[in-house]
Design a binder for this molecule. Structure first.
Ligand code: ZN
Length: 505
């Protein structure tokens, strides 16, 4: 670590950021509890507690004291190596502070009011598959979001400031260019697979005791390197990962008694997020640098463990006998090839969260096009359901029978989260880029995975990605880790090789 006589202003700034961090982590804990153990009766009190804590954190961070300390700390750290922790901290804090203080308080309260109403209306609309129940509020959210983009003019594209909230520094044009390269080949691959006989995965659809599923999941993620002294797993309706510090990282999972895939791959996915949080340098704790670099980087970690490890042949070489010993009646007669083909079955579907590796990004690219058009005004909310259905028919050959499994399926737009969707697809791309590099560095990685030894892989990820926390912007971190920026090449190579072999293309 760099040797610095920490200046007074920087010390003050760190103290203030520590308070903001404590408030946010306390809110995260309340929210974790809300989704795991809170009884129904707690809902009203909890939403009040949560909004109070978030407001306090926001006020503390955007107050004039932060601005004053920041200016002082900028002077004090001016001579530091730009990669030093303190230099990164001041840079990141300054960027965030200047961004957040451009947004007037009136907008923040209007946005929070509108999206909380929208959430209820979206749930109702989805239950009744009635888009018109949701459309007026969506219109209002879009007006607010366009207003938000307006606080950051001049910018190259009105979607840029929205995307920046999730992927600091990434531009709409970069995403469009990557997707432009990705789309035709992913569509072609999906078309080619659709002409083949789908793999048989009926063996995954049997009764699987939930307690055994749970224990097997724990066994796998313990082998991955999940540290149970610094984290735990619980159940929730929608799996998620949250961290109250690098010493307490929570994951949740869900299991279906009639389908093994949900619990198995969901657990590995969340463990990937958790390993990232558990691997951040302790020196970055209680600062804005003490977590993942961005959503796409985070998703790259979860996808890497879920798909590149968890859906690989070499992983199941040793893990299938173990799985079959837990479920001998269901899986005793399933050999490795049949299992491997089954867990990698490709089937175009209407629902993003159920999509397989080969079609997942197509769901994302549809949403990206639509939300960019909504923000620019090229598409209005009246045209949205038609445009959605048309895109699904054109891309995946399916038309939703109703809006609940169509335009209303995702929660994001009701929460005003425009700019979020692309990060899922970018996570897939980054996972493959990292995978290509780690295989070069660890030539016998497959053999290590076959013997359930993940220590080499985890140390590599810790060194290249995890320990840096949010010190660097995502594309910068990627260039430092790989010597290249974002690229669809590795992912396309991975998909075409894997599914070409599976489907004889
Ligand atoms: Zn995830």
């Amino acid at each position: 670590r760099e040797v610095t006589a920490m200046g007074k202003q920087l010390r003050g700034l760190r103290r203030l950021l520590g308070e903001v961090d404590a408030l946010s982590r306390a809110a995260a804990l309340l929210s974790w509890d809300q989704q795991t153990y809170m009884p129904k009766g707690g809902a009203e009190g909890r939403s009040l507690q949560l909004s109070t804590l978030s407001r306090l954190a926001h006020q503390r961070f955007t107050g004039t004291e932060t601005g004053d300390l920041l200016r002082g700390a900028e002077t004090e750290t001016a001579g530091l190596d730009p990669d030093a922790d303190d230099a990164c901290l001041v840079r990141k804090t300054g960027r965030e502070y200047r961004k957040q203080t451009r947004v007037p308080g009136d907008w923040v309260s209007a946005f929070s009011r509108t999206t909380s109403l929208a959430h209820q209306e979206w749930i109702q609309a989805r239950e009744q598959a009635g888009y018109s129940l949701f459309q007026p509020r969506l219109e209002e959210i879009l007006r607010l979001r366009r207003g938000y983009a307006g606080f950051f003019t001049p910018c190259d594209h009105p979607y840029d400031p929205l995307l920046d909230d999730f992927e600091p520094g990434l531009k709409t044009a970069q995403v469009a260019s990557v997707f432009g390269e990705l789309r035709p080949r992913q569509e072609e691959l999906a078309r080619a697979i659709a002409e083949k006989t789908p793999a048989d995965n009926r063996f995954l659809h049997q009764r699987f005791d939930e307690k055994r599923q749970w224990e097997l999941g724990l066994e796998i993620i313990r082998a991955f390197g999940f540290d149970f002294d610094r984290g735990r797993q619980d159940r929730s309706a929608h799996p998620f990962t949250t961290a109250f510090g690098r010493g307490d990282v929570r994951i949740t999972t869900r299991m279906q008694p009639g389908y093994l895939g949900t619990g198995l791959f969901g657990t590995m996915h969340e463990a990937g997020h958790a390993l990232y949080e558990q691997g951040v340098d302790p020196a970055l704790e209680r600062t804005p640098l003490g977590g993942g670099a961005s959503l796409a980087l985070h998703e790259s970690q979860s996808r890497l463990w879920e798909n590149l490890v968890g859906r690989s042949r070499c992983f199941w070489k040793s893990c299938l006998p173990r799985l079959a010993s837990v479920f001998p009646g269901q899986l005793g007669g399933v050999d490795l090839e049949r299992f491997y083909r089954g867990i990698n079955r490709v089937m175009p579907s209407l629902i993003r969260v159920e999509a397989d590796e080969a079609t997942y990004n197509l769901h994302i690219m549809i949403r990206f096009d639509l939300e960019v058009a909504l923000i620019t005004g090229d598409l209005d909310t009246g045209q949205l359901p038609g445009a959605w259905n048309e895109a699904y028919q054109r891309t995946l050959g399916l038309t939703p029978p109703d809006h609940a499994v169509g335009v209303l399926q995702d929660v994001h737009w009701s929460g005003g989260m425009f700019g979020y969707f692309p990060t899922y697809a970018l996570g897939n791309l980054i996972a493959s880029q990292l995978w290509e590099e780690v295989r070069r560095d660890i030539p016998d990685l497959d053999r290590q995975i076959e013997s359930m030894d993940f220590s080499g892989l985890l140390s590599w990820l810790r060194e290249r990605i995890h320990r840096h926390g949010a010190k660097f912007e995502p594309l910068d971190l990627l260039r430092r880790a790989l010597g290249e920026g974002l690229s669809p090449r590795a992912y396309l190579g991975y998909l075409e090789t894997k599914y070409g072999e599976l489907y004889g293309l």
